[in-house]
Design a protein around this ligand. Structure first.
Ligand code: AMP
Ligand code: MN
Ligand code: MN
Length: 324
């Protein structure tokens, strides 16, 4: 750890009057868990912003996180902050609309992350590329600074690590990650209860939506590539929220022959959000061309084209990267 940067981060936290902690768009367990753990440490000095509209709100799965009910959304946020801390935010374009204006106006900005593709867009950057999750990065910061981790903070950090490691299955799960998980359990985390809350909490409608879109999967290149297209009518039919598309790419990756799974989701007819998962191939290479980012086996991007055209562009890039 380069303690001079960490010390600067804590100096800025000390002098700041009002701090805003920002998640990435389409928030997942890591960004939300890290955000809540940091909020529990900073208490009233910090607000948390989940980058969704009020209509979408907090993802149902994560409503159990301590402190999350105090979260602001993009519709009720004001520009009153002198320090912004982004957590698990791979790139500046994952901070959108009003949040981006607030970020750009802030006197001081801090970026706490673990994406190798993070280019250090804040004034102070604490990016640990080999950490499993932003939660693991924050845990190590708390340890380094001798900050007491309460049971509620431990729950939040455990959610971060559990979800970003795919329940400790991905190769970002190092022995240190498991040691941290063990320490969190010693602090009182009920690991099986948290796993149930994160994974066995789906609605019937969500599972029916996923099976309906999965049944339309296109298999390309000798079943090496699986592509799911989700258009607005699919989403409307099931009244689907953002959470409905989580996990579809992971499911397709479990097919033996599939090397890359891709889920393409249309929004406003003109923009397509892409999620890629792989077993061996580096999918960051694929999204590079579209200014996306992420990790070797889980990456994403947004292509400013309608669904079908985005699919053609993406499949060409997959073909090139896989040498198919
Ligand atoms: P997702 O498929 O949305 O779960 O994202 C997989 C990984 O890629 C996550 O680590 C995201 O942070 C990252 N990611 C997704 N979309 C983008 C994007 N547009 N730009 C940079 N990174 C992204
Ligand atoms: Mn994330
Ligand atoms: Mn993460």
């Amino acid at each position: 750890m380069d303690n001079s940067i960490l010390n600067k981060i804590f100096d800025e936290i000390d002098v700041a009057k009002k701090i805003l902690i920002v998640s990435h768009v389409n928030p997942d367990g890591d960004t939300l868990g890290t955000m809540c753990a940091l909020k529990l440490f900073l208490k009233q000095k910090a607000d948390i912003l989940i980058q969704t509209d009020a209509k979408i709100g907090i993802p149902d799965t994560y409503k159990f996180l301590p402190a999350i009910n105090e979260a602001k959304n993009l519709d009720n946020i004001e520009d009153i902050y002198d320090l912004i801390i982004a957590v698990d935010v791979a790139s500046i374009d994952r901070i959108v609309r009003k949040a981006r204006i607030i970020f750009d106006n802030a006197k001081m900005t801090i970026n706490i992350d673990h994406h190798k593709t993070n280019n250090g867009y804040a004034k102070l950057n604490w990016v640990v590329g080999d950490a499993s999750s932003a939660g693991e990065v924050l845990f190590n910061i708390f340890k380094e600074k001798n900050i007491q981790i309460t049971k509620d903070m431990a729950d939040c950090l455990y959610v971060s690590i559990l979800t970003d490691t795919g329940c400790f299955r991905y190769e970002n799960t190092k022995s240190e990650t498991l040691e941290i998980a063990a320490q969190l359990i010693k602090l009182g985390v009920n690991n099986s209860d948290i796993a149930k809350k994160c994974y066995n909490n789906k609605t019937k409608n969500l599972v029916l939506f996923q099976s309906s879109v999965i049944s339309k999967t296109e298999f390309l290149f000798n079943n090496k590539v699986a592509v799911v297209l989700i258009n607005e009518s699919d989403l409307n039919k099931f009244d689907a929220t953002n959470e409905y598309t989580e996990g579809i790419a992971e499911t397709l990756r479990t097919i033996k022959t599939v090397e890359i799974s891709a889920v393409l989701k249309e929004s406003n007819n003109q923009t397509t959000k892409v999620s890629l998962r792989s077993d061996n191939v580096d999918v960051c290479e694929v999204v590079k061309r579209f200014n996306g980012g992420g990790h070797i086996h889980a990456a994403g991007c947004t292509i400013k084209k309608p669904l079908k055209i985005a699919k053609e562009l993406l499949v060409c890039e997959i073909e090139r990267c896989l040498n198919l």
